[in-house]
Design a protein around this ligand. Structure first.
Ligand code: SAM
Length: 384
């Protein structure tokens, strides 16, 4: 577990297999979803990965403790409490009652932590899926750390929406309250590396074919095409986890999605489509695009935060997060000059095999500052 997909060692989740249904309306096989997704969260080492992300922790800590008026004497629902950290902070900030819901057996560790920190009277840990459980009352605050790679991978925000629609008071506040997805053109040595890896894998395949034919008398060359497609998907079409240096971002960044956590529906996030343009800042190679997100804690318009807090996963020298950025590589890279413009049509949809994984299509065209249009590109990527 924990190292499937394209994340750093100890990836926060490992959904990499067959899940249930594509869109929000499709039925999800709960057993399969548990095996592919939830089970990884039942491990303490996995929770520790998230608890060790200082940018993440500081943002939630500051959001709660610099906005205590949202918590003092209030009822709070923590969707996906994990170790219970957000529930405990909510209680420390003065919440009257905290419902801490967790789908996995991590709930037992959360309960132990709550007891050890003397919040048994305030925090009720409920083991179960948010969609299935019931609360005795509506709440003033919903807090949750639901963000996956490039914000929406994992589709956990669906569960937060479900919780909000059932359990948030009409005057209630969402923590976080807003989220945005960003994209920008980048340069990266990974473009050449992945092309080489793909070519190496195919060279190796051809040696293997020869060996098998000579040593074992079977011609496997009929499988060359599917093997090549499989390897191409892995090396060239799967987005990559990376913590980019800001100077690898070679053009203006664009927002591709804005989410108001108080009002967004599952339909609003099941598909994300956006057109964006970026002006290239220097003479370099356009190797692909990077996607990242930020979330904000602003309270609600009628009851704003005293102190607005931002959690960003943008490329940073000092403040990298375990989310990093997702990198979408173009092959081959394209030479670009300062002032060129790249126009992109972006589409992100859920994988039909597993609603927690994503597919991204980038349809683009480069316009040189002279007005000359270069060959358009269209590429499908898997966010796994
Ligand atoms: C990203 S972790 C965050 C854990 C903790 N809140 C924190 O901030 O450290 C998300 C947690 O939500 C749980 N979770 C995800 N979807 C859920 C659902 N529908 N119902 C209950 N728990 C859920 C996962 O098992 C996981 O422990």
């Amino acid at each position: 577990m924990g190292s499937f997909g394209n994340g750093p060692a100890g990836d926060r989740t490992g959904p990499h297999g067959i899940g249930g249904g594509g869109g929000p309306a499709a039925a999800v096989d709960k057993g399969v979803d548990f095996a592919n997704y939830f089970c990884t969260y039942a491990f303490l080492y996995h929770q520790k990965e998230m608890l060790s992300d200082r940018v993440r922790m500081d943002a939630y800590y500051n959001a709660i403790f610099q906005n205590k008026s949202h918590f003092l004497g209030k009822t709070v629902l923590d969707v996906g409490t994990g170790s219970g950290i957000l529930a405990i902070w909510s209680a420390q900030a003065g919440a009257r009652k905290v419902y801490a819901v967790e789908a996995t057996k991590m709930s037992e560790h959360a309960r132990a932590l709550v007891k050890a920190n003397n919040f048994e009277d305030v925090i009720e840990v409920i083991e179960g899926s948010m969609e299935d459980i019931s609360l005795p009352e509506k709440v003033d605050v919903i807090i949750s750390e639901w963000m996956g790679y490039f914000l929406l991978r994992e589709s956990m925000f669906d569960s937060v929406i479900c919780a909000r629609d059932r359990w948030l008071k009409p005057t209630g506040v969402m923590y976080p309250s807003h989220a945005r997805m960003w994209m920008a053109p980048i340069r990266s040595g990974l473009a050449d590396q992945k092309s080489n890896d793909f070519e190496g894998a195919m060279d190796d395949w051809h040696c293997f074919l020869e060996d098998t034919r000579i040593s074992y008398g079977v011609d496997m060359s009929i499988l060359t095409k599917p093997f090549s497609e499989e390897q191409k998907k892995w090396y060239l079409q799967t987005s990559l986890w990376n913590n980019l240096h800001p100077n690898q971002v070679i053009g203006t960044a664009a927002t591709v999605k804005e989410i108001d956590c108080l009002t967004t529906t599952v339909d609003d996030i099941a598909e994300v489509r956006s057109n964006f343009s970026s002006i290239i800042k220097c003479n370099t190679r356009l190797c692909g695009f990077s996607g990242w997100f930020d979330v904000h804690f602003r309270g609600r318009m009628e009851d704003p935060a005293q102190k607005e807090i931002e959690l960003t996963t943008a490329p940073s020298v000092d403040n990298g997060t375990h989310w990093g950025q997702q990198v979408f590589l173009l092959n081959p890279a394209v030479a670009v000059s300062e002032g060129d413009e790249v126009d992109v049509s972006f589409a992100m949809t859920r994988s039909k095999e597993n609603h927690r994984l994503m597919e991204v299509v980038l349809d683009g065209r480069l316009k040189q500052s002279s007005g000359n249009l270069l060959q358009p590109f269209r590429k499908l990527f898997y966010v796994e």
